[in-house]
Ligand binder design. Sequence first.
Ligand code: FCB
Length: 425
Amino acid sequence: MSNKKTLKFPKNFLWGTSTSAYQIEGGIVNDWSEWEKSEGRIKKLPSVAKALAGKEVRSKKKKKKLIIEDFICGQACDSYNRYEEDIELVKNLNCGAYRFGIEWARIEPEEGKFDMKEIDHYRKVLKAAKDRNLKVVLTLWHWTNPIWLAEIGGWGNKKVVGYFARYTELIVKEMGDSVDYWVTLNEPMVHVANGYIAGKFPPNKKNIFKSNKVFNNLAEAHNKSYKIIHKQYPRAKASITALINYFEPARKWLLNEIIIAKLFHYFWNDRFLQRIKNNLDYIGVDYYFYDRIVWHPPFKKNKNKKITDLGWEIYPEGIYHVLKYLNKFKKPIIILENGLADECDKHRSDFIRDHLKYIHKAISEGVDVRGYFYWSLLDNFEWAEGFWPKFGLHSVDRKTFERTARPSAAVYAEICKNNQIVINT
Ligand code: FCB
């Protein structure tokens, strides 16, 4: 027989959902939109190639034929025009906060030329959030770049640090009064790894030396941008979002596996944070991955008892370990992304509850976690994978853009309203 137990979250705990500009707005021209159309892309991406050949692209059991349009961002969710409706959805979830992004390529379509119409647009989005009493978490950069920047080498070119600083300065001046939490850079390590080591994201490089330059430029850009934000708003709260994985040696007694897990942890989780730790008011963390480490290539062997539509193992306990690790930085922590691709909404409610259970455990042991944001408000353009992975609390009709709440949206809304979860013990 199972008993029920209620776990209360701290007073003023921030409940939210997250999106990013490129993934939902539509109509953006940037390095990604150009890359999507490029010839080399189809061959390089296994999922695109598979889909085009009519092979399975989702979970092992489900087959779905996709067409090339499923991999082109295009109008995305049309949120550029539907932002009011989206913000209403956030409100209906009883969230107190919304994380969204602004698109650098819209604001500075040509080097040094800023489009004030776009600034006005984003001011309206901010106002829509503020009118509904939502706290705003604003992302300045979420992997996409203006074309002029990509053409001069993107984040591999040292000049990007100055350009990003100038862009930040403008945003701080024009919108800073409406921002509650800043995210300068989203998951910089993913840009380094997928853009410059694995070659999965534009600019599709596989060059370890270049990747190191990009790493340094990203770290420097954050540090500079942080100072700019604080110059105008000394009490601002700024961070990045760090994608932190839980790397666990498959055999806790096997030295090889312990060492490899530690190396992954250092290079993927720790190194970037170490470089910027003096310029963080809080830590924004994204948790999706548990990696069970073995000593032979490819070094990862998960048990995969439960997986998402993308094949990622569902491992809620991992978030507890991630939070315990982050505790050493002695900063407030906000989980700015956590979610899963689950078109049928089979696992989502449990997924959220189970992760929250482990977050609660970390809090009860003294980790200063201030908020939780589910990724994502809507089904959206999941980067190289296109539109087929469905992360949303709301589905989006690809033709009419109509939003429909999945059953888990009501579950999440209840959690946010009551500031608690009820679990079986
Ligand atoms: C994160 C990204 C976000 C989304 C989720 C699924 O790494 O920041 O844009 O794609 O993964």
